[in-house]
Design a binder for this molecule. Structure first.
Ligand code: GLN
Length: 475
């Protein structure tokens, strides 16, 4: 019986098994079928995954050089373009849209011998924290199927959680990798803004969006990160900084870290008391083990969620204007020949409620009379937050916090309360606002039986330290 623990162990298994990739793909196809009701996949590329597995087994048999992700079975969130495959962003408006090119991350995965097994369900245009905004149905948390998996990359998180893929790619604009990773008890990594190319990622808020990784272990996330990072002629926001060998760099001797935590984050009244207690206990243990862990003031905590929603909806209203039923997307049957009516009818029928709300909010904050009051003000707060992070990282290597203030909630529990839903992002949006890397690692189990994570953030492009500390804490 095949079972997946880590890419490293799988690679040892492949050395012993000439048809190892086929065994793995068959295994995952069976599991995906068995757990279909979780709704984590929108489409499974079964036939082509089998063909690819056979080719890869043959490549090993012939003794050819193997890619770093040789035979690794990967799922991709339905916002990442894969040539010749549908990419719908969880939306009716793109339901029948087929991608004509590969995202850079897809190119890189394929170059390193990965097997892409399917596209995964998500909140429409990556807007949401529960996967309830998908036009193709909610995704269920495999630990308790009456609960949400988090969002927006819920399908990708559940796939790793339920053993349906080895790793998955999601996207994180305000927490969409870390928050579902937290709810599902897996690792979720959002790298620095500019680490990974966004070419071929359907845009939500371009100055925030980053592709991220779900995995069972930190080492697998590190290996995937080094494969998909790096310069790209198609995305000028990617950094030219060389990509370290993240996985190999995990194998250094353990050291003592200088860690900070925000007092206001830990004392926030919205934080589940048991989560607070467990994280406080961890802080004490870290101190006993010789690490520096200091409390620092962060009086802007209550401003970050509003800042995030002003800026991201503004960017979204502009990004989503391209879905006009002319260049892309669903076109409603024409009642008359007026162009404005055609736009209205198509966009009203194609976009779901949450996406429409955000487009309207974004248009409002950008409108002439309100631009300075909302958009400019939010940009100023974003700069203050960046200054804060520069100040903290002058003294500390890492900031720790809860990832989300509560464990996974029930399906339907928050769908009528937007503000409550937005507050679930309170700890995650900071990293996107300032562009630093952040991770959620599954460290805890609540007395309600649900997992929750620890969030760690480091300075820009300090992914090595982020992954080393994460690996140290998880082992
Ligand atoms: N929950 C946040 C939102 O709805 C995060 C989304 C994301 O990271 N894509 O905007």
């Amino acid at each position: 019986m095949f079972s997946f623990q880590s890419i490293n162990k799988y690679h040892s298994f492949l050395k012993e098994n000439v048809d190892g990739c086929i065994i793995a793909v068959d295994h995952f196809l069976i599991e995906i079928e068995k757990k279909k009701h979780l709704n984590s996949f929108l489409e499974v590329f079964a036939e082509e995954a089998i063909i690819r597995a056979k080719e890869l087994d043959e490549k090993r048999r012939l003794g050819k050089p193997l890619g770093r992700l040789h035979g690794v079975v990967v799922g991709i969130k339905d916002v990442i373009c894969y040539k010749g495959h549908v990419v719908s962003a969880g939306s009716k408006i793109l339901e029948n849209f087929t991608s004509i090119y590969n995202a850079t991350v897809v190119e890189k995965l394929l170059q390193e011998d990965a097997i892409i097994i399917g596209r995964q369900n998500c909140d429409e245009f990556a807007m949401g924290s529960s996967n309830e905004n998908s036009a193709f149905g909610v995704v269920r948390n495999a630990i308790d199927e009456s609960r949400v998996p988090g969002g927006s990359s819920g399908g990708s998180a559940v796939s790793v959680q339920a053993g349906l893929t080895m790793i998955s790619l999601g996207s994180d604009t305000g927490g969409s990798v870390r928050q579902p990773a937290d709810f599902c008890g897996v690792v979720g990594l959002k790298p620095s803004y500019g680490r990974i190319s966004r070419y071929g990622l359907i845009a939500y808020a371009s100055s925030f969006d980053q592709i991220g990784i779900f995995s069972k272990t930190v080492e697998d996330a590190a290996l995937c990160l080094e494969v998909i990072s790096g310069v790209d002629d198609f995305d000028s926001t990617v950094s030219e900084k060389p990509v370290p060998a993240y996985a190999a760099e995990l194998k250094t001797t353990p050291r003592k870290y200088k860690i900070a935590y925000f007092i206001q984050a830990l004392e926030h009244p919205g934080l589940d008391p048991e989560m607070r207690a467990k994280i406080t206990h961890l802080i004490n243990q870290l101190k006993l083990a010789g690490h520096t862990v200091d409390p620092i003031e962060f009086d802007l905590l209550n401003h970050i969620v509003p800042t995030y929603y002003v800026l991201t909806t503004a960017e979204a209203s502009s990004n989503l204007s391209r879905f006009d039923a002319v260049r892309f997307g669903y076109r409603a049957p024409l009642v008359n020949s007026d162009l404005n009516d055609m736009y209205k009818a198509s966009r009203s029928a194609g976009f779901g409620k949450e996406v429409q709300r955000r487009i309207m909010l974004g248009t409002f904050v950008l409108s002439a009379g309100y631009f300075d009051a909302y958009f400019t003000k939010a940009q100023q707060v974003r700069r203050i937050l960046l200054n804060k992070s520069i100040e903290v990282f002058a003294k500390y290597e890492a900031i720790i916090s809860p990832t989300v203030p509560s464990t996974a909630f029930k399906i339907g529990e928050k769908s009528d309360d937007q503000v409550a839903m937005f507050l679930a992002d309170i700890y995650t949006v900071f990293a996107n606002l300032v562009g630093i890397p952040a991770i959620s690692i599954p460290m805890f189990t609540h007395s309600n039986g649900l997992p929750f994570g620890l969030q760690i953030m480091t300075n820009h492009f300090e992914e090595t330290a982020l992954l080393q500390l994460s690996d140290h804490l998880m082992n």
